[in-house]
Ligand binder design. Sequence first.
Ligand code: NAP
Ligand code: MG
Length: 471
Amino acid sequence: MKTIDKIYINGEFTTPQGKQYFDLISPTTNEKLGQVLLGNEQDTKNAIAAAKEAFKSFSKTTITERIQYLKNIQASIEKRREDFIDVMVEEYGGTLQFSTTSFDYMLKSFDSAINLLNFYSFTKTMGESEVQMTPIGVVGIIIPWNSSNGFIASKLSTAIAAGCTAVIKPSEMSAQQTQLITECLHEAGLPKGVFNIVNGLGEIVGAEISRNPDIAKISFTGSTNVGKIIAKEAVETMKRVTLELGGKSPNIILDDADFSKAIPLAIIAAYMNNGQACIAGTRLLVPENRLEEVKKLITEIIPNTIVGNPKNKTTAVGPLVSVKQYERVQNYIQIGIDEGAEILTGGLGKPEGLEKGNFAKPTVFINVNNQMRIAREEIFGPVLSVITYKTEEEAIEIANDTTYGLQAYISSSNEKRAHKVASQINAGRVQINGIGHDPMAPFGGFKQSGIGREFGTIGLEAYLEPKALIR
Ligand code: NAP
Ligand code: MG
């Protein structure tokens, strides 16, 4: 059993003043893996003070120096590859497949930040004036458990590229993953105070970050509800906010698509990261007159979508992160049944032989209409709703009839047509005939999926304040 009893402030592992312990529970077995000592409000204030002090000199570092720091971090993370993958599998329940991909993306986020620094010009001419893009200040980074170290890497690498310092509050459920990345960051030898990491509760550590006048900007990923709480608090001190919130992403299968490819892809899009993905394609929109074909394909594919121990190479869907998350998903499956949707596959309860962990059955609902709660609310588990449409126009209308707008998916054999449909979808990213990630393109949501964008130039500029020198 592991005890994590240090947080990281001003270049040192230090014992928090907080006295509360939080149990770390295996999602696969529900056995106790360890415990973490949580930081409190004072710990958070200390971390912010260290970041504020460090900002004075870090904001003046050269591009060459920042590139070197990013390279150092990347090198120390790369050395611990197996540890990163193992701890994500063990503590979070990420499948081996997903945790490996996740690690590769995490490493690449440093390349992207370096790449940006190689071409971005921090001084521009606009009108008659010189415009300096200046680092915004101390950044508060608040993140959830579904890709903890991935979020730390992408947000912190952008902050460093911009010349900002940071205070990071991960989910306490990710404490072992956090410990590992903190060790790597420590080894990279950045000036003290550039990054500080405080384990602790959202209502305590997160709330202090949202309130504290020395935080200039918050980069948050998590639920829409908490995003709203943070944004309301942040406005008191005019903090800038980047909010990556939930989604209910539509996946439109056009009638000319190759269904034998599009439907397996739809299952992957729905169940990626055990269904705990903000970008999951959870509303599958199919032509009404092709429903029987879709049902047949889904029924054939699902048995190959192996649910089980995330350590196994062939596992496609692992456990949900916690008992609470499992219960949330069960509740939604019940809601779907009560609303009159029909279960094509899956349903309530745990798959046979997996009773100990937080395993849900990969579930597909048919006879779903877009007004049902299972079609409108983010479930965050392996639950897919199939919705039928009659015309392309109706498909677009249903896709856009949502409070969210993070991502969408389109399958078609006609590239022009897919492009035309994609252009009418209100979402931050639209994936055509595949699932990919472009780290130089913006990522973020329309409507209640968030505010602002991450990645690429737009993502970097969210950490910068423009200053015009008028002469
Ligand atoms: P959450 O409550 O939004 O948590 C995200 C982060 O915000 C965590 O670090 C959390 O700390 C912190 N937080 C909570 N309350 C806060 C407050 N008042 N002020 C500042 N920070 C605060 O998400 P969750 O409870 O982990 O998951 C619940 C649901 O959110 C999921 O079922 C899913 O629908 C959605 N979700 C979305 C994403 C996404 O990627 N868009 C990710 C995760 C979850 P604590 O961990 O201490 O609460
Ligand atoms: Mg929470």
